[in-house]
Design a protein around this ligand. Structure first.
Ligand SMILES: [Zn+2]
Length: 247
C-alpha cells in the first residue's frame, strides 16, 4: 500500500493513528494521523477542489477544508501562519496548502486528515488508496514520463510500460550514466509527484539530491531495506520496476 506523497510533500511519513482507533480520552479517532520526516513538512492537496473553510478551535487547532465533488477533505493541527490558501480559492492536486503543525489538541507534530461526507466523518483510507499518485490521478505525468523515458532509452515509444521498456533500462546513479536524458525524464516525473529536486531542479544530472530522493523512494515506495537502499536505479531491478509501475 502506498500512501506516500499525496498528503505530505517530499516523501517519508508515517501513519501513527488509524481511523476509528480509540483515543486516550476514549473517543473514536475520526481521521488518520501522519508524521513527516521533519516537524513541519509541507502539506499538499489530495485533489483539486475549493477551499470551503479555514478556522481554528482548541481541539483541531488551525484547520482547513477543501471541497471536492461534494466531499470535504479536512486538514488539522496546521502550523500557525502557514496556511497558503484563502477561502474560496481553487487548489490543484499536489499544491502546497500549509505546513504540518501541532496546534490544538495534538501530542506532537502531525497531520490529522479526515474525510467529511454527507454530514459525518468516514474512513479516509479508500480515498487515499484511490489516489495513488504513481499511476491513477497522475496519469498524464505518468504517461509523459513513460514516453520520455522510452525515447531516452531507445525503446518503442507508446507510453505503455512493459517488458521491452524494462529490458532497455539502464543503471543511473551518481557515478553511472550520471548525465543522461533518462535522468531528465525521471526528474520531471519525480517533481510531478511532489519530490523536491533541490536548487538545481531538472538538470538531467544525477547528483546528491537525486541520490537522496531515490533512497527515500526505495525505502518508502519500493519497500527496500538495509543495503538495498542505495540511491542507485539499477537496470531492470526493483526501483525501475516500481517507477514503471510494473511491480
Ligand atoms: Zn488525529
Amino acid at each position: 500500500m502506498n500512501l506516500q506523497n499525496n498528503l505530505l510533500k517530499g516523501g517519508i511519513h508515517y501513519l501513527t493513528s488509524d481511523y476509528y482507533t480509540r483515543n486516550s480520552n476514549r473517543s473514536m479517532h475520526k481521521g488518520m494521523d501522519f508524521v513527516g520526516q521533519t516537524k513541519q513538512d509541507d502539506i499538499i492537496a489530495l485533489e483539486d477542489g475549493t477551499v470551503n473553510y479555514i478556522g481554528y478551535d482548541s481541539r483541531s487547532g488551525n484547520w482547513l477544508s477543501i471541497k471536492t465533488n461534494g466531499i470535504e477533505h479536512r486538514y488539522f493541527h496546521l502550523e500557525n501562519n502557514s496556511i497558503k490558501v484563502k477561502k474560496n480559492d481553487l487548489v490543484k492536486k499536489g499544491e502546497v496548502i500549509a505546513k504540518m503543525g501541532k496546534t490544538g489538541n495534538a501530542t506532537g507534530y502531525n497531520l490529522h486528515f479526515a474525510i467529511y461526507k454527507d454530514g459525518h466523518y468516514v474512513d479516509p483510507l479508500p480515498y487515499l488508496m484511490n489516489n495513488d499518485p504513481f499511476n491513477l490521478n497522475n496519469k498524464d505525468a505518468f504517461t509523459t514520463f513513460i514516453k520520455d523515458l522510452q525515447k531516452a532509452l531507445g525503446a518503442k515509444v507508446d507510453g505503455i510500460p512493459g517488458p521491452e521498456t524494462l529490458n532497455k533500462t539502464i543503471t543511473v546513479s551518481q557515478t553511472i550514466n550520471r548525465k543522461h536524458p533518462a535522468v531528465k525524464a525521471i526528474q520531471e516525473y519525480l517533481q510531478a509527484l511532489g519530490y523536491d529536486l533541490g536548487p538545481y531542479g531538472i538538470d538531467s544530472t544525477f547528483g546528491p539530491q537525486m541520490s537522496k530522493i531515490i533512497k527515500e523512494y526505495q525505502k518508502n515506495v519500493v519497500g527496500l531495506k538495509g543495503n538495498y537502499i542505495d540511491g542507485v536505479i539499477t537496470a531492470k531491478k526493483y526501483t525501475w520496476q516500481k517507477l514503471l509501475n510494473l511491480a
